[in-house]
Every structure is written in C-alpha cells, then in structure tokens.
Design a binder for this molecule. Sequence first.
Ligand code: AR6
Length: 173
Amino acid sequence: MGKVIVVRGDITQITADAIVNAANEALLPGGGVSGAIHRAAGPELAEACRKVAPCPTGEARLTPGFRLPAQYVIHAVGPMWRGGEYNEAVLLAQAYRSALTIAKEHGLRTVAFPSISTGIYGYPLEEAAKIALSILLEESPNFEALYMVAFDEKTFQAYNSLLADLTSDDGTR
Ligand code: AR6
C-alpha cells in the first residue's frame, strides 16, 4: 500500500514521476506555484500548455517536465473560492481526482501535489486539506507514494495534523 507524505518545501525541487500544478483554465503561467513551476521548467512548458489548453475547472492535463527534476507536470485546475455555495468542494475534489486519474493512465508511481486553490484562489485551508487528504489516502494504494508539498509553515501544520488525525488507529477518528 502506498504512502501519503506531507513535506515542507518547494515543489519545483521535488524528484517524482510527476508534480501537480495549481493551474488556471487557460494554462497560462500566472503567479503562485504555477509561476514557479514555469520558471523552473523553462519556456517549453508554456508552449506545451498552449497545445493542451484550455482546461476547465476540475479537470487536468499532462505535459513533460522539461528542466524540472520531475518527469511530468500534471496541470490541475481548482476552483476559485466564492463563499462555498458555488460547488467549490466538488470541483476541488474533481481537480485532485482528475490529476490522479491521468497519473494512473500513464503508469506514474510517485506524484507530488501543492495545496490546490488555497493561495491566490482563496479556498479556506482547513476545508481544502480535508478534501485533498481524503482523496490522496483513498488513492494511495494505487501509487508508491503521494506527496503533499507545503510551501509555508501554516499549510504544513494544517496538512500534517489532519493527516495524523485521519491515519491514527486509536479508534478516535
Ligand atoms: N511549491 C509548493 N507550493 C507552492 C509554491 C512552491 N514553489 N509556491 C506557492 N505554493 P497558488 P491557487 C503554494 O496561489 O490558489 C496562479 O496564478 C501556495 O503557498 O499557487 O490554486 C494560477 O495560474 C499555496 O499554498 O494556487 C492560477 O491563476 C498553494 O501553493 C491561480 O494562481 C497554491 O497557491 C491558482 O490559485
């Protein structure tokens, strides 16, 4: 059975079969983790994105990783937070599931995620973490390892303590 591992760091430095990008529907470089991934991968990434764009919210697209240590980038589009009554939770879950479906289709064994939608898109961290980790735990048997890469301490703590709660076997969950 595969593992879900929360790490603190910069996803552009992670060696995995694929890293996931928190992308926008146009698959344009943008800011946040997407900007960082495009800078590290080089200009070929924007060109590859152009060929597979657009990507509706909740879906994902695969490109090579170019100059990244990761072989592939899976571009997943999470929802913009608009107060919680616009299907945000369903769309966020779909973004994670779509990324993992593409990974399985390509036989990828290790995939690293950023915290999709909780930066520029404003999704509340704790709620997003519950959705993300429940899907990663459910899908982990299909992979060698799934990583959640937290860029800042607050995100790291939120995912780490929730993962501990969700995987404790003392019967309290
Ligand atoms: N490694 C890992 N996580 C990172 C990194 C990094 N190098 N840099 C930032 N994060 P965001 P969103 C974290 O805003 O909310 C872009 O312009 C960040 O701290 O990147 O889904 C896209 O093009 C946060 O925890 O993505 C879209 O237009 C998490 O990554 C829009 O922003 C996600 O924050 C998507 O917004």
